[in-house]
Design a protein around this ligand. Structure first.
Ligand code: PAF
Length: 275
């Protein structure tokens, strides 16, 4: 695997290859990321990954400085997963001056759910992803569906800005007890880790109720929220939305998603289950 810390070096390598599949990350890699790398190989002969902890998408009260940086271990995992090129710029390379040109995503999508609790987050995500796309020039880009709202928002960005890139959403990778793999899981204590799969179980319960014909979605959602609170969680939201645009469901038969964000002590976890 070739490691590129400069845009020039990555561009020189990019110019020598054909189709590229690209998986951007912020490092601290787990099996969810590695599934993106393995899937990427199905779409192109050359697989490019990036590691860049993007300050723009962190709120003032969020964990930018605390975000785990595990570069050496990440490189070993990416090489073992068959990644050909890693783009790993530092902040001076990505943002040599303050980023004054930013992508403003559709507020109807960017200001709800995660966006309501993390103002500015999706602006930072869309801006860095567009910049990474301009640097890497991928044909295909892969994102995990655990961050479902991010995936839909980026898909819309690609469509509305006519970027010649196919976006692929990869299913969430879970531990045997159901907990979605996430870099945030590293923050959990042993007892919190044992409690954490309850979030997935509650989402799965709601999905089962909806699959079994429940049309009053507030009923199973309220029960799930109460159960989480009973075990010490502080939920931000747990709701049923349309998969296509994350708006409230309107008609029978629409593909749906149950999604939630909740805090377990100091760690905020998000997850979702397709109905
Ligand atoms: O999902 C992530 O890890 C980040 O939001 C991304 C897409 C790499 C942008 O920084």
């Amino acid at each position: 695997m070739q490691i590129h810390t400069s845009i020039t070096s990555l561009r020189t390598a990019r110019a020598k290859v054909g189709r590229v599949a690209f998986a951007p990350t912020m490092g601290n890699l787990h099996d969810g990321h590695l599934s993106l790398m393995h899937a990427a190989r199905e779409f192109a002969d050359t697989v490019v990954a990036s590691i860049f902890v993007n300050r723009l998408q962190f709120g003032q009260s969020e964990d930018f400085d605390k975000y785990p940086r595990t570069f050496e271990a990440d490189c070993e995992k990416l090489a073992a997963a068959g990644v050909d090129h890693l783009f790993a710029p530092n902040e001076a390379e990505m943002y040599p001056q303050p980023q004054r040109y930013n992508v403003t995503p559709d507020p109807e999508l960017a200001s709800v759910l995660e966006g309501a609790y993390r103002p500015g987050h999706f602006r930072g995500v869309a801006t860095v992803v567009l910049k990474l796309f301009n640097i890497v020039q991928p044909n295909v880009a892969l994102f995990g569906k655990k961050d479902y709202q991010q995936f839909i928002l980026l898909k819309n960005m690609v469509r509305e800005l006519a970027l010649p890139i196919e976006l692929v959403g990869q299913d969430t990778v879970r531990a045997a007890d159901g907990l979605a793999k996430s870099s945030r899981n590293n923050y959990l204590s042993a007892s919190e880790r044992a409690e954490a799969p309850r979030l997935y179980r509650q989402l799965a319960n709601v999905a089962t109720a909806v699959r079994n014909g429940e049309r009053d979605f507030t009923r199973p959602c309220t029960a799930a929220l109460a159960e989480l609170e009973r075990y010490g969680w502080k939920p931000d939201y747990l709701t049923v939305r349309r998969r296509a645009d994350l708006k409230a469901p309107r008609e029978l038969g629409e593909p749906l998603l149950v999604l939630a964000a909740a805090r377990l002590k100091t760690t905020r976890l998000i997850d979702n289950v397709e109905v």
